[in-house]
Design a protein around this ligand. Structure first.
Ligand SMILES: [Zn+2]
Length: 320
C-alpha cells in the first residue's frame, strides 16, 4: 500500500454517475466490490440501471483520485523481469499474451508496412512494439500513465492523458485496439465516437473487455476479477457491449465470447480472491500455484473459446 493511502477513500473523493448508456439516474444495487488484487481499503458500489440494465460503478472515484489505484502494483503495468526460477515462464506468458492479441487482430486485418495503429490504454507498450517489428507499422499508444521509460516504446509515438481529449487527426488510423480499456473508461460513449472519427474508412476497431454474463462471474460474484474495484467503471454483458458499440457509427464485423487475455487468470484470481476476502494477493507467492493450476486445467482450457469463461471481443469497421 502506498504511503499516501492510509484509509479508505473519503466521500468527497467520489462522484455520483448516471447511466453511461441512457442517462438514467435511478438504479438497483448489484454488488459491493473491493480491491481484491492489492488489498487497498474501501468498498465500491456497483449498480444496475433501472431503465436499460447497464451495470456500472456509482458513485465512482473522481479521475483525480483514481490515479492512486494505478500504482506500481497495478498488474497491467508490471513488467517485472525477476521471478526467480519462474522468470522464463512469466516472460513466456507475457509474450504469449501479445502473440494472442496479434493473432486475433490478424484474423480481421492484414497489417501492411506504414499502416497506422493506435492502442488505447497501451500500458507498457509491448504489444505495439511487437506490431512495429513484425509488420513495420507506424505504432502509437495512449495512456494516462506515462511508461515511456520502458524499452517497448522505442519508435512508438506516445500520447499521455485521456484518449478522447487527444488532438488526434480525423480518418487517420487503419487499426485502433482497446485491450481491457473500455471497462476502465470514464466516458465510453465518447471514446467510441472518438474512435469512429479517427479511423480511416475501412479501418478496424478491436475491443476486448471482461464479460459480465459469463461462467466465472456466476462462480465468484462480487469476488469476480472482472469487478476489479475501484478501477472498473462499467461491467459489460454481451448485450450492452454490442448496444454501446452499435450506436457509434461503425459496423459490426464479429463478436467473440473470448479474448486474447487468458480466462484462466480469472479462474485462478477469483478463487484466490474468495479465500483472501479483500486482503489482496501476493503475486510473487501466487505465481507457483498459478502455474500448477494452469497445468492441471490444461484440458479444460483447450476449449476456452467455447465455454464463455470470462472475456469477450468485438471487431468493428468504419464504413467506406
Ligand atoms: Zn441505462
Amino acid at each position: 500500500m502506498p504511503a499516501t493511502m492510509t484509509g479508505p477513500p473519503t466521500s468527497d473523493q467520489f462522484e455520483e454517475v448516471s447511466c453511461y448508456a441512457c442517462g438514467e439516474s435511478s438504479c438497483h444495487d448489484l454488488l459491493t466490490g473491493q480491491d481484491d488484487l492489492t488489498g487497498k481499503p474501501g468498498d465500491f458500489r456497483f449498480v444496475t440501471c433501472a431503465s436499460c440494465g447497464l451495470a456500472y460503478q456509482s458513485p465512482r472515484l473522481t479521475i483525480k483520485h483514481i490515479g492512486a489505484y494505478y500504482d506500481d502494483e497495478y498488474i497491467a503495468h508490471r513488467k517485472e523481469t525477476e521471478w526467480g526460477i519462474l522468470t522464463r515462464f512469466y516472460q513466456r506468458g507475457m509474450d504469449k499474451h501479445d502473440r494472442q492479441k496479434d493473432q486475433l487482430v490478424s484474423r480481421y486485418v492484414q497489417l501492411q508496412p506504414g499502416d497506422r495503429v493506435l492502442d488505447v490504454g497501451c500500458g507498457s507498450g509491448s504489444f505495439l512494439q511487437r506490431l512495429r517489428q513484425r509488420y513495420q507499422v507506424a505504432a502509437g499508444g495512449v495512456d494516462f500513465k506515462n511508461l515511456t521509460h520502458l524499452p517497448f516504446f522505442d519508435g512508438v509515438e506516445f500520447h499521455e492523458g485521456l484518449f478522447y481529449e487527444q488532438p488526434l487527426p480525423q480518418d487517420h488510423y487503419d487499426l485502433v485496439t482497446m485491450w481491457h480499456f473500455l471497462e476502465h473508461d470514464y466516458d465510453p460513449v465518447r471514446t467510441l465516437e472518438t474512435t469512429a472519427r479517427i479511423l480511416k474508412p475501412g479501418g478496424h476497431l478491436v475491443v476486448e473487455v471482461p464479460r459480465l454474463d459469463c461462467v466465472s462471474y456466476r462462480l465468484f460474484g462480487k469476488r469476480w476479477p472482472g469487478v476489479q474495484a475501484p478501477q472498473h467503471t462499467v461491467l459489460y454483458s454481451k448485450k450492452m457491449l454490442l448496444k454501446f458499440a452499435d450506436r457509434c457509427g461503425l459496423e459490426r464485423v464479429d463478436y467473440l465470447p473470448y479474448g486474447a487475455f487468458p480466462a484462466y487468470f480469472y479462474l485462478f484470481a477469483g478463487t484466490a480472491f474468495k479465500i483472501r476476502k479483500g486482503q489482496g494477493i501476493n503475486l510473487r507467492k501466487a505465481i507457483y500455484p498459478y502455474f500448477l493450476g494452469q497445468l492441471l486445467l490444461t484440458p479444460v482450457l483447450w476449449f476456452e473459446r467455447y465455454l464463455n469463461l470470462a472475456m469477450q471481443t468485438i471487431i468493428y469497421r468504419k464504413p467506406v
